[in-house]
Design a protein around this ligand. Structure first.
Ligand SMILES: [Ca+2]
Length: 326
């Protein structure tokens, strides 16, 4: 059993890790943070349009390495998205996690999973940007922001409180396209093009890259991972509260998405997985510029982000399936 010196609250003390409890107890009877203590994360999500956010939320909620301090919804009808998250959390016994509505924006993009949200009681959610800044102030240097939607809340948070925003530990972003655009119909690579999250708010992306916070990007290059039928069946057949919610949302997405695709692309869950399994998506420092159309270009100069261009797809799919089904 290891013993070590740790800095407690206002004192240095001799601490002994108790493997059976996961606690660390100090000689003076003081409890200190265990090294196994979960990392704090904040999720900013446009859940309700594409289906990958639902898988990302499920993965985060079933990963003990993470403690979710708050969830804010981004883009379009953020109140309905927050209501969707309310139902998901209530259905999985995790309603203690606070949910906030981010900045409302105009969009014609269909909220495919609206019915799931609207069959849950409505309530007025507090503002996501103010709540995010408050959480950062409460936990300076400790929070990883997982940004898997258009960047309106992030841009607004920087406008309202750049010095506070800089106290994030890091931002893990699903966004951008460096060497490849969206795959073609047969999965073939295409030239870089504006990626959805960046395209909706290029100014927000540019603010984030200039914010001084470490930015870890999972762009189209590394995130276009299909969830094919055998893996879907394994997940949906599990029948636990989390997989049941994802299954319900999946069917609404199939019914209401523009092309009625049955195969999710797991953009967002890969970014979420990176936060505790960085080996799945190795990052390279780069300088990224965002043009007014949302194209993310790699340019010469001091790096302002780390970017994953290739991920371990089998390793990621195994992690996702294991976490969701056990
Ligand atoms: Ca998303």
């Amino acid at each position: 059993m290891p013993s070590k010196f740790r800095v407690g609250v206002g004192a240095v003390c001799l601490c002994i890790g108790l493997a059976s409890t996961g606690m660390t107890v100090c000689a003076g009877g003081q409890a200190a943070k265990s090294e196994a203590q979960p990392q704090l994360v904040w999720l900013d999500t446009d859940i309700g349009d594409d289906i990958d956010d639902a898988f990302a939320l499920g993965l985060i909620l079933r990963s003990p390495e993470r403690k979710v301090v708050g969830i804010s919804t981004a883009f379009g009808d953020t109140e309905t998205r927050a209501r969707l998250v309310d139902r998901y959390l209530a259905s999985t016994g995790q309603s203690a996690i606070p949910v906030y509505a981010g900045v409302w924006t105009q969009t014609d993009n269909p909220l495919t999973q609206r019915a799931y949200a609207e069959r849950f009681p409505a309530r007025k959610h507090a503002g996501g940007v103010a709540a995010l800044l408050a959480a950062i102030r409460a936990h300076p240097g400790e929070i990883t922001l997982i940004a898997i939607g258009p960047l309106f809340n992030i841009g607004e948070a920087i406008d309202r409180g750049a010095p506070t925003f800089r106290k994030l530990k890091r931002v893990v972003l699903m966004g951008g396209a460096i060497e490849h655009g969206y795959n073609g119909g047969k999965g073939e690579p295409t030239p870089p093009e504006p990626e959805w999250n960046i395209k909706q708010d290029p100014k927000g992306a540019a603010k984030l890259l200039a914010s001084g916070v470490p930015v870890l990007m999972a762009p189209l290059d590394s995130t276009q991972i299909p969830l094919n039928e055998p893996e879907r069946e394994t997940i949906f057949a599990t029948g636990n509260p989390g997989t049941d919610q994802v299954a319900l949302l999946y069917h609404q997405w199939v019914a209401h998405s523009w092309n009625h695709s049955q195969t999710p692309t797991l953009f967002d869950p890969l970014a979420a997985a990176y936060t505790f399994r960085p080996d799945l998506c190795p990052m390279t420092p780069m300088r990224i510029e965002v043009d007014p159309n949302g194209l993310t270009r790699r340019v010469e100069g001091k790096p302002n982000a780390e970017v994953c261009l290739k991920s371990d797809e089998p390793g990621f799919l195994k992690l996702l399936e294991t976490r969701l089904t056990h």
